[in-house]
Design a protein around this ligand. Structure first.
Ligand code: DAH
Length: 373
């Protein structure tokens, strides 16, 4: 009998089959209880239940028993096997939990340790600005949504009420991928607005999202980069009106620029996906050639907005007779440059460490409406 690891088996030929089973069982169970680790448990499992294990051997020997004894012996053997399996499983769980505990102890990081002076990195102004925008709209009940950079025509244009021959398509300087089938080609999203469509297609109103993310246009000069960032906003519900659009955006501008009496003006405009549409300007002064945000008689455009076009709602399966919404979109780099006085767009992407040290933010100050932006 291959059972060496269970020590001497107290079985003798005179014992009944049931007694033998019980004796083997007690041995194996005692071995499980003595085991001190997963390796031993595995060895016991193989020695007892493996292909040439003790219990397996006894199962095979059942066939040689006289017919009248077989049923009873089979039953007690099965009970033994189940008992062993359960104990092996319990012991495995116990050792796994202990191993995890031990690992958690050794891998612990003491987050109360002070950061060594001089070795902290800096948050890029784009990351910081996104965090600030998220903090402000988060406080108003908006949550962050995201979508893919590689889009299709439907989400980037058509569903946003920009059909194939629409002049807005030319304005977008789109990067297209090669055709996959006649008339079918993917593109790099030219704005964050396609995430409006993706969200409305998969969620039911009320919806309140903001979408920070990368956008791409084939345009490169001192004030344009082929890759830049936008934040989109969308609120859909049964009683959404333009007053709420204005309230949210005025509040946002004042919180973001930290100027309580910042003048904000809504100027009628046009976007295919909103009706009516408005561009939002903030007050500034350009006295002495220096741009200063705040009261001053001049205006600076910072974002586009409007009431979601009924056709856009319908394109997403939302009943425009029941629901309305507002949307807005703005360029992250632009508002970051204005707020932090960064004069040149191109420096955002230069990865110049001196620039980052100067304009970057310490990663330990998370922007929040309570602690301040
Ligand atoms: N998608 C526009 C752009 O890239 C920005 C925009 C304007 C977004 C008005 C909106 C909106 O959601 O309502 O120029």
């Amino acid at each position: 009998m291959k059972g060496a690891m269970f020590g001497p088996f107290f079985v003798s030929e005179e014992m009944s089959d049931n007694d033998k089973t019980e004796s083997y069982g007690n041995e194996i169970i005692a071995a499980i209880e003595r085991a001190t680790g997963l390796d031993e448990i595995e060895k016991i499992r193989v020695a007892a239940l493996g292909r040439s294990g003790v219990v397996t051997g006894m199962m095979q020997a059942l066939g040689k028993l006289p017919k009248e004894d077989r049923a009873a012996a089979g039953k007690s053997l099965n009970a033994l096997k189940t008992g062993i399996e359960e104990r092996l499983a319990a012991a495995t769980r116990k050792f796994e939990a202990a191993a995890l505990d031990a690992r958690l102890k050794t891998e612990r990081v003491d987050i109360t340790l002070p950061v060594k002076a001089g070795i902290t990195g800096r948050l890029h102004p784009i990351s910081q600005t996104i965090a600030e925008v998220v903090a402000i709209f988060g406080e108003m009940g908006f949550r962050v949504a995201e979508g893919p950079h590689i889009e299709d025509d439907f989400h980037n244009f058509t569903a946003l009420n920009i059909p194939p021959e629409h002049p807005a398509r030319q304005e977008h300087d789109t990067f297209y991928f090669p055709e996959t089938a006649p008339g079918q080609r993917k593109l790099l999203r030219t704005h964050t607005s396609p995430v409006q469509i993706r969200t409305m297609l998969k969620e039911k109103p009320p919806i309140r999202i903001i979408v920070p993310g990368r956008t791409f246009r084939s345009d490169h000069d001192a004030t344009h980069s082929p890759m830049f960032h936008q934040v989109e906003g969308l609120a859909i519900g049964e009683n959404i009106h333009m007053g709420q659009l204005k309230g949210c955006l005025i509040e946002f501008c004042r919180a973001f620029f930290a100027i309580d009496d910042l003048p904000v003006r809504f100027r009628a405009s046009y976007f295919p996906f909103t009706e009516p549409s408005a561009e939002v300007d903030i007050g500034c002064s350009r006295a002495g050639g220096e741009l200063k945000i705040g009261a001053g008689g001049d205006w600076l455009e910072i974002l586009g907005s409007g009431m979601v076009h009924p056709k856009v709602l319908a394109n997403c399966g939302i009943d425009p007779a029941k629901y309305q919404g507002f949307a807005f979109g703005m360029g992250i780099e632009r508002i970051a440059m204005l707020k932090y006085g960064i004069p040149d767009l191109r420096t955002f992407y230069d990865s110049d460490l001196r620039w980052l040290r100067h304009y970057g933010f310490t990663p330990l100050d998370t922007p929040s409406m309570i602690a301040g932006l």
